[in-house]
Design a protein around this ligand. Structure first.
Ligand SMILES: [Zn+2]
Length: 189
């Protein structure tokens, strides 16, 4: 993932405001999602098999075995550890880079707020082995602790499964930790 993912973050620091206006959120915040309750960092996330398969189908079809691709796993806030759908964002991609369109992401946050949903995880493909690059660390789609980032190797050309994937999670301190994918993602019928 690359810098456009920043659209989901707190936004740039604005100009210094008079005290009576300083309590107002900057304009960028008005377009961002409402404050979210956060995710249970220790919870395993349930991923329906159809969502998992669709994820691989998208990564393969869009990436064409020569470009990265990214998708988002969406949950309802009523059940934040069960993925309900996969969304293929508007993005640019090259062999070793994928960048979600910031304007698309802004509109998607509005849709999510209206539907009572959140982005539980992002999934993106790498050309070779799966790991979290410095760019992946720096620009997640959102910055909520507990948010998961799954990386799939070899443009997702291998079997649709967790083997050789890499899973990272945003910690309460805002950093990342790596997790055993099979312990934190339950792929179920
Ligand atoms: Zn794609």
């Amino acid at each position: 993932m690359s810098p456009a993912g920043m659209a989901g973050g707190p936004g740039p620091v604005g100009p210094v405001l008079p005290a009576h206006l300083a309590a107002q959120p900057p304009a960028v915040a008005a377009r961002s999602p409402r404050p979210v309750p956060g995710f249970d960092a220790d919870a395993a996330v349930r991923v329906p098999k159809r969502v998992f398969q669709e994820t691989f189908d998208i990564l393969r079809r869009c990436g064409g075995n020569c470009r990265e691709c990214a998708v988002l796993w969406v949950v309802s806030w009523d059940s934040p550890d069960t993925v309900t759908r996969v969304v293929h964002p508007t993005h640019r991609a090259r062999a070793a880079e994928v960048e979600i369109d910031p304007a698309w992401l802004t509109g998607f946050f509005v849709e999510l707020a209206q539907r009572g949903e959140g982005i539980r995880a992002q999934v993106h493909s790498h050309p070779g082995r799966a790991f979290h690059s410095a760019t992946d660390d720096a620009w997640p789609a959102i910055h909520t602790p507990g948010f998961l980032s799954l990386v799939v190797p070899r443009f997702a050309q291998g079997p649709a499964g967790l083997i050789h994937t890499y899973l990272a999670q945003i910690t309460s301190g805002g950093g990342w930790r790596s997790l055993p994918p099979a312990d934190y993602l339950e792929v179920r019928p």
